[in-house]
Design a protein around this ligand. Sequence first.
Ligand SMILES: [Zn+2]
Length: 366
Amino acid sequence: MLELWTADWVHLGDGPRPHAGLVTDGRTVLATGEAGELARRYPSARRVRKGRYLGLPLANAHTHLDLGIAPTFSGPFPDFVRYVIDRAERRGRAEAVQAARYAPQRLLGDIAAREEVVDWWLEEGPASGVVYWEVLGLVPPEREAEVLRATRERIERWKRRERRDGPRVGLSPHAPYSLTPGLMRGVVALARELEVPLQIHAAESPGERAYFLRREGELAAFFRARGWPLDLHPTGLSPIAYLAELGVLDARPTLVHGVQVDEADVRLLAEHGVVVVSCPRSNVGLEAGLAPYHLYADAGVPLALGTDSRASAPSLDVREELDFLAARGLDYPRLLDWAVQGGRRALGLAPARIETGSEVEQVEFW
Ligand SMILES: [Zn+2]
């Protein structure tokens, strides 16, 4: 029994199209193309409208499953940092397993801060993509080597356990302000040497930008309140310019957020071929604002979408990020492409296609 599948938007690899479809025998894809043409070629095929979307899977390119599904925080960024630090002790495998049930996408970029969560991903995690081991620390220079040694040992051990259809292991130096320059450089060098993907949070809040440029604002106050030294990072550079100067952008990390950027920052990201993962509901909830999508489009910076954690987003479903941005006037098919091919690019995967001979199991619809 043949079926001709269609939907409002069909993305088979060349971008979302409204009048496309595919013919299947239930196991493989027999033909793809314009729906009217397929109906003429396969007159016996039963027409099945699959809903709003049919095609390649969407990726949630940035989340933290081990932060669980705790109540979502909204408010200023420094208060959020305190909220996450308070919760960090409770992170673990149970939280990640529970959150995975609420994460509909099966192509994920997940940042893990507990070893047992990476172990779970490699043994039985129900998704592919990348699980990034998070590293952060404003440690004295003499301790950097020790952190890097432990990180190397973990990544080498985990890399040997990657499954064919499971996630790859990656590294995430948390953010420009939460690692010393030496440790940041070391983690990035390690990722390059071990050939693992990198993901980093940067240019998220206005406070992060003000801290780097002038040692002012909420993040500088947060450092002062905790008694942390204020001379760990250079001043007078934006967070993106700092990462460029340190050589971090040469390693082409996936950059999460990219909200508080100017044209010079965007140019740097474009020159280095960096993919930006935008998490708009989290950014608005934490009063960081919305990323300047028009600047990224003009500069040709590829975009992907992520939910971030349930600590700052109301769900782990990236489709709700699309709806959120579409309601603010962005073009829905373009957003779909960010989530599909942009997401693959952010996770270091080659562009995909659904074509004659593809297994129908690879086709997503909703
Ligand atoms: Zn995050």
